[in-house]
Design a protein around this ligand. Structure first.
Ligand code: COA
Length: 389
């Protein structure tokens, strides 16, 4: 018997603090038009000293457990490119914070911003094998570049948690996928660095090549035609990138690329990323949440999702909202997640940006800054200590 497989429920979390781009522009003398229009960013989420990818991930996933229980979750896949440990999966901390059953497999996945899509596809494979199981997929990242570097304005942080099941309430995910891998050095973070290195222009070009490459493969694999799609949701390292991507796809297909058409197609997907900033693996799924929350009706209409991870690996695939999806949205909660953040000034941001945990094994207690349900209380003997409120 064949089942529809896909995303049953989706929840996201971001940080305690937010820095408006006006504050960054005042500090570095940049014309605010470059941030607001040029890259399409209004503000960026900044983690408190007691927040990290684990606290955001647990905060994002907790409502899914509250709504659907954990009995059927036998796998947790945690996608991140801002990992906190070279060996232990961050998902194991989340498993513990959420008190998930011990009969669970937990693993961490990495391929830059593409990791969550790999996690989603692997989850679908597991569900296809046993449709009674649920897989918890979590994408959690902190995007961090050096202060005063070009990437600084594209920082951000968030976690998206998705419950992947058979007969999903929210979205069905379809075969085929269009795939594309190319060995490029557009963005990378060697193990000895806290901040990413990026060749901005190279990353934009590599991304656009990947749009073309995935679309070509998607078509060859027998996917939908361009006109079958009602909406397109692109990975957004900065929201302007989605506009560039869609224009590139339309050009590649010899279509009109007037600004109005592109704005109509892409606008609704950018409303969360525009104020949260880059959340790497979570970004395309925040775009999806924004699209579902801000479009009147997408029932049974295919959405094209494009996931890109520098380095690079990309995938294009289709998802269709179910007839009942409206009853499973959490738009008010999602908006509150964004509006509850406290605005900080540039000096406070810089202090948090430069803040590091000790690496010598000494005991360190983090200041209580977050008001969220999970916090990083400190580190002792090289072990992170988390607490639940
Ligand atoms: N008003 C309106 N627009 C303005 C402006 C102003 N005053 N000043 C500049 N701009 C526009 C530019 O024309 C440009 O638009 P375009 O890309 O459509 O041509 C845009 O703002 C950015 O300007 P640019 O000079 O290219 O900025 P930059 O050298 O600081 O680099 C990024 C911008 C995005 C490349 C840089 O922030 C970066 O490296 N970010 C990280 C990239 C990334 O995340 N990659 C990850 C993998 S996808």
């Amino acid at each position: 018997m064949s089942h529809h497989l896909g995303i049953h429920d989706l929840s996201f979390a971001t940080t305690e603090f937010v820095l408006p781009h006006t504050a960054l522009a005042d500090h570095n003398g940049t014309d605010i038009g470059k941030y607001h229009t040029g890259i399409g960013q209004e503000s960026m989420s900044i983690p408190a000293a007691d927040e990290d990818i684990v606290t955001m991930a647990a905060t994002a996933a907790a409502p899914l457990i509250a709504r659907h229980g954990s009995d059927r979750i036998r796998t947790v896949v945690f996608a991140t490119e801002s990992s906190i440990d070279q060996a232990k999966a961050a998902g194991v901390y989340v498993h513990s914070l959420l008190q998930l059953p011990s009969a669970t497999r937990v693993v961490e996945l990495k391929q830059a911003c593409y990791g969550a899509t790999a996690a989603l596809q692997f989850a679908l494979g597991l569900i296809r094998r046993d449709p009674t199981q649920h897989v918890l997929v979590i994408a959690s990242d902190v995007s961090k570049y050096d202060a005063d570097s070009p990437g600084e304005a594209t920082q951000g942080a968030a976690a998206v948690a998705m419950l992947v099941t058979a007969n999903p309430a929210l979205l069905t995910i379809h075969d085929p996928s269009g795939l594309y891998t190319a060995d490029v050095m557009d963005f990378w973070r060697p193990n000895y660095r806290d901040t990413a290195l990026v060749d901005g222009q190279e990353s934009i070009n590599a991304y656009l090549q990947a749009v073309e490459g995935t679309w070509k493969d998607y078509t060859e694999q027998g996917g939908h035609t361009l006109d079958d799609f009602t909406a397109f949701c692109y990975h957004q390292p900065f929201t302007k990138m989605a506009y560039k991507a869609h224009r590139h796809l339309l050009n590649y297909n010899d279509r009109d690329t007037d600004h109005h058409t592109i704005t109509q197609a892409i606008g609704p997907t950018t409303t969360y990323n525009n104020v949260i900033g880059n959340s790497y693996t979570a970004s395309v799924y925040l775009g999806l949440a924004a699209l579902l929350d801000h479009t009147p009706d997408l029932t049974n209409q295919p959405i094209g999702l494009f996931s890109y991870g520098s380095g690079s690996v990309a995938e294009f695939f289709a998802a269709t909202p179910t007839p009942d999806y409206h009853n499973h949205l959490h738009t008010t909660t999602n908006q509150h997640t964004i509006t509850r953040r406290t605005t900080i000034d540039y000096p406070t941001y810089l202090q948090l940006h430069e803040n590091t945990l000790p690496t010598d094994g000494t005991h360190h207690t983090t200041p209580t800054q977050t008001t969220g349900p999970y916090r990083l209380a400190g580190i002792n003997n090289h072990k992170r200590i988390y607490e639940t409120r």
